[in-house]
Ligand binder design. Structure first.
Ligand SMILES: [Zn+2]
Length: 287
């Protein structure tokens, strides 16, 4: 199966449609949700159009968030997972670390346990699973052990879509997660790499809109999250750090970002995603 067939990007510019289709479980096409390409909605007078709303009914696809820390998984990636579980897809949050060193006042062992419990509560709220690899916070290694551990999680959960960190981050754990996820997706899809579970091709990979990963982040996809916004906030509220206890007002930032991204995309509430570069290739029929 060649790359174009496997990834099955049904982007027909002639029709102006931009359905983000992926090879889901069993090869069935799925979509991350009702989304639009950047700049498509709410075209202003005099401003050139760059596309249009997908306009098709969203279909569920299994989704996995792969994050360095639980906060990243739920705050920056959780709404995308919530959309898919709401539609009937399976969702999983994989945190490479517990983020146990994130508190200035609570010892790491205690804080790590709090983070784990908060993740499990938040995942339950969203109808998803919380998974952990327990690498030390701040010291996530970029090595084959970590890559194969993530590969195994991908093969077990069979996501059609993965949301993870963009590499343009000041945080070394986030940079590490980007590199680990990238190679893990590659390993997961290779049948010649024998693991306990059979190979699984991930249909699409997106990078999350994370305040710590902003260098070079360019939003190219907007996802309507209006129907799950309140539940996603409820899930995030399981984490004490959501309300700013650790110095950053995550709640104010991500809630207002959902409003701002909604304004840009013509949805009530939205999140922005950045496509992996290989997903931006377009094929134009000329005959
Ligand atoms: Zn983080």
């Amino acid at each position: 199966m060649d790359n174009a067939t496997r990834r099955n990007f049904l982007k027909d510019l002639g029709l102006g449609a931009a359905a983000l289709s992926v090879a889901g479980e069993g090869g069935r096409a799925g979509e991350i949700g009702q989304s639009v390409q950047a700049g498509q909605a709410g075209q202003m007078p005099g401003r050139p159009a760059t596309g249009e709303s997908a306009g098709e009914a969203a279909r569920p696809v299994n989704i996995m968030a792969i994050a360095a820390h639980p906060g990243d998984a739920f705050f920056a990636m959780g709404a995308a997972v919530a959309v898919q579980t709401h539609l009937g897809g399976r969702g999983a949050f994989l945190s490479l670390s517990l983020g146990e060193k994130g508190s200035a006042t609570i010892p790491p062992a205690r804080y790590g346990q709090m983070q784990r419990e908060a993740s499990e509560r938040a995942a339950q709220t969203l109808g998803a699973r919380a998974l952990f690899l327990d690498y030390p916070d701040g010291e996530i290694p970029v090595n084959d052990e970590a890559k194969f551990a993530v590969c195994d999680a991908i093969r077990e959960h069979k996501p059609g879509v993965i949301v993870t960190h963009w590499r343009g981050s000041w945080h070394k754990d986030h940079q590490a997660c980007y590199a680990i996820a990238n190679d893990a997706i590659f390993y997961a899809g290779l049948p010649a790499i024998a693991r306990n579970a059979p190979a699984h091709n991930v249909g699409q990979r997106f990078f999350a809109d994370n305040w710590e990963d902003a260098t070079g982040f360019v939003a190219d996809t907007y996802l309507d999250v209006g129907g799950v916004f309140d539940r996603w906030i409820e899930a995030c509220a399981a984490f004490p750090m959501w309300r700013g206890e650790n110095g950053f007002r995550y709640d104010d930032y991500y809630i207002s970002l959902g409003v701002a991204r909604g304004c840009l995309s013509g949805f009530e509430r939205a999140i922005a995603l950045m496509s992996a570069p290989d997903q931006l290739t377009r094929r134009l029929h000329s005959l």
